[in-house]
Design a protein around this ligand. Structure first.
Ligand code: FEO
Length: 403
């Protein structure tokens, strides 16, 4: 479904609601309500399209555009980002509007040529370059690595709208357009999960770019991302949250235990570690890597102080779901975490060193070497697990005290 709304005079948001797109950005992000892809059409003396849509929606997307502009042509296409969820429909649109002049960053041009092979003309724009198209002025803000090297924002001067593409996005997915139409805490949860799974590895770029953008003192009526809702009433809130997330400034006094278990032995240890942490007045989240969605696990890890990762031995390694979580931790680079590995095994204990080395690869500071138990943990083993939980809590509390 594509929902269209005129958000200001002559400015149309085209919101594609992919309710079956449960795997967002490929396999990265599982979302129960699918994903949305926003593009924007500006209609005045000239017609400008900002971003396109995932290829699977291009036919419907073009039909929606035609409903608005009838038989007029699109004069300009601004490519804020080349990732296929925004550019996949580009060739289809360009085939209908072959004379549309395209604007993008130099990195975007390289990528477009390598992705689609067609040698269209791309007019390159530089950081803070301003151009006039039709009766409006556009300013481009290059935002490399939020989320790919090519990304940029487009600011529409007269209408005070920042088209931010991936930044400030969420997977809040319905036909409603604006932040005030949703519960704010749910919106921020959605934006947090999106940040943790899409933006977090770029946090240093986000922190620097936010400072640069805020220094411009742009007047903002809307922040209009390419995913999820348009920020209108809560612009300050989402900017503030991005500043916190980018600087690890929203960290809670919380420990995340993520584990997988084959015959419940690792789960028994996880329970006892969690109890000890809880007994020390810290929040503890226990997540099963096979049962909870990975994007939720990453969201919980983002604002935790410590990650405790447990697995049963699976032949000569850890379970596949724990391997998946660890690769995500390496890829998504949560900032400044403590960590410990734990687990159980039958006849050979070979997996915990692997977990620990993966955590180290992700720059997690190891609190103590791995804790493991042979077959069913007995009372003594569970006492030791409790001691481990206390040690984790002590280390976390030390960090809190020293702040
Ligand atoms: Fe939604 Fe980086 O693309």
């Amino acid at each position: 479904m594509i929902q269209t709304k005129e958000i200001k005079k002559g400015i149309y948001a085209l919101k594609t609601v992919g309710y079956l797109d449960l795997d967002f950005h490929g396999c990265i992000f599982r979302n129960d309500y699918g994903a949305s892809y926003n593009a924007y059409l500006i209609v005045d003396e000239k017609i400008t399209l900002i971003d396109v849509v995932d290829k699977q929606f291009s036919e419907a997307f073009i039909l929606e555009i035609k409903k608005i502009i009838k038989d007029k042509p699109i004069d300009y296409i601004i490519i804020n980002h080349v990732e296929p969820d925004h550019s996949g429909g580009f060739e289809a649109v360009k085939s209908i509007y072959p004379d549309a002049q395209c604007f993008c960053s130099s990195e975007a041009k390289k990528a477009m040529l390598q992705m689609f092979f067609n040698k269209h003309q791309y007019q390159l724009v530089s950081n803070l370059e301003s151009i006039n198209l039709g009766s409006r002025n556009y300013v481009f803000v290059l935002t490399p690595f939020i989320h790919w090297p090519d990304n940029m924002f487009t600011y529409l001067v007269e209408d005070k709208i920042l088209f931010s593409n991936d930044a400030f996005g969420s997977l809040t997915n319905s036909n409603l357009f604006y932040d005030y139409q949703y519960d704010l805490s749910q919106l921020l949860n959605d934006a947090k999960e999106y940040y943790a799974n899409i933006v977090m590895p770029c946090s240093s770029f986000v922190a620097n770019k936010l400072e640069e953008v805020l220094a411009l003192n742009l007047e903002l009526d809307y922040i209009a991302p390419s995913h999820g809702i348009i920020w209108k009433n809560e612009i300050g809130t989402i900017i503030n949250q991005y500043q916190k997330w980018a600087n690890n400034g929203d960290v809670k006094n919380k420990v995340v235990i993520v584990y997988d278990t084959i015959w419940d032995n690792t789960q028994k240890i996880a329970d006892v570690i969690a109890q000890a942490i809880g007994d020390n007045d810290l929040e503890v989240r226990i997540l099963n890597a096979s049962k909870h969605r990975k994007s939720l696990i990453m969201s919980e890890i983002m604002d935790a102080r410590a990650i405790v990762v447990g697995s049963s031995n699976f032949n000569n390694t850890m379970t596949p779901s724990i391997a998946d979580v660890l690769e995500r931790i390496i890829a998504l680079k949560p900032i400044d975490k403590l960590g410990v590995a734990f687990g159980s095994f039958g006849w050979v204990d070979v997996h915990l060193n692997r977990i620990e080395s993966r955590l180290q690869e992700a720059n997690v500071k190891i609190i103590t070497h791995s804790f493991y138990e042979n077959y069913t943990p007995d009372a003594k083993a569970l006492d030791l697990a409790y001691e481990l939980g206390q040690l984790i809590a002590n280390k976390v509390n030390e960090v809190i005290t020293n702040e």
